[in-house]
Design a protein around this ligand. Structure first.
Ligand SMILES: [Zn+2]
Length: 185
């Protein structure tokens, strides 16, 4: 039974809830805390709307001012590997191929174009593993650190640091990725 007068009381309570909502969001992937602005998120890359927005800025730099730098491959692979999302077919595939990209560029010094060409083969094939449970921490460097670079040279160096940091965080699964890729030779 609804007591008389209950409905009008709801409004102040809702208002109080809004006031109590955190002013910042914490990204479930990289842990970045940013002022909450809202916006789009990706269907399976596990990032907060605010972190996803920063990644958009980074990509805009790659496609624009920096005219697709060599390290663009690392930018994409690092961001996806740092934001694995929730278990599911697309997320599983995304994590696997982007970790593969990090391994090939960072450890085998592969040419980014070679990695790019190899990707369709990797996504077509049955993977020998399922969901790779993400380690508790996925690195200490974030997209915000890269955006903070003061010049283009520094920007490239920071992308590489970020990539190495995230690849190192995935250490528990590195052997799986290496074994998978070494079969592709
Ligand atoms: Zn993030």
């Amino acid at each position: 039974m609804r007591a008389r007068g209950e409905a009008p009381q709801r409004l102040p309570r809702d208002r109080a809830d809004r006031l109590l909502a955190p002013a910042t969001s914490t990204c479930p992937g990289c842990g970045l805390e940013l002022p909450r602005t809202g916006g789009q998120t990706h269907p399976y890359i596990g990032a907060s709307a605010e972190c996803w927005g920063q990644y958009g800025e980074l990509l805009a730099l790659d496609y624009g001012e920096l005219d697709m730098p060599d390290f663009h491959r690392l930018t994409v692979d690092t961001y996806a590997a740092q934001h694995p999302g929730e278990p599911g077919r697309r997320a599983e595939q995304s994590v696997a191929v982007h970790l593969a990209g990090l391994y090939l560029v960072l450890e085998r010094d592969a040419d980014p174009d070679y990695v790019h060409r190899l990707f369709p083969t990797l996504t077509e094939k049955e993977r020998p593993f399922g969901w790779l449970e993400p380690p508790p921490g996925l690195g200490t460097v974030t997209v915000a650190d890269v955006l903070d670079a003061s010049c283009h040279e520094e920007y490239g160096a920071r992308v590489r640091d970020w990539a190495m940091n995230v690849w190192a965080a995935w250490e528990p699964h590195q052997a799986t990725i290496r074994a998978w890729l070494d079969e592709e030779r």
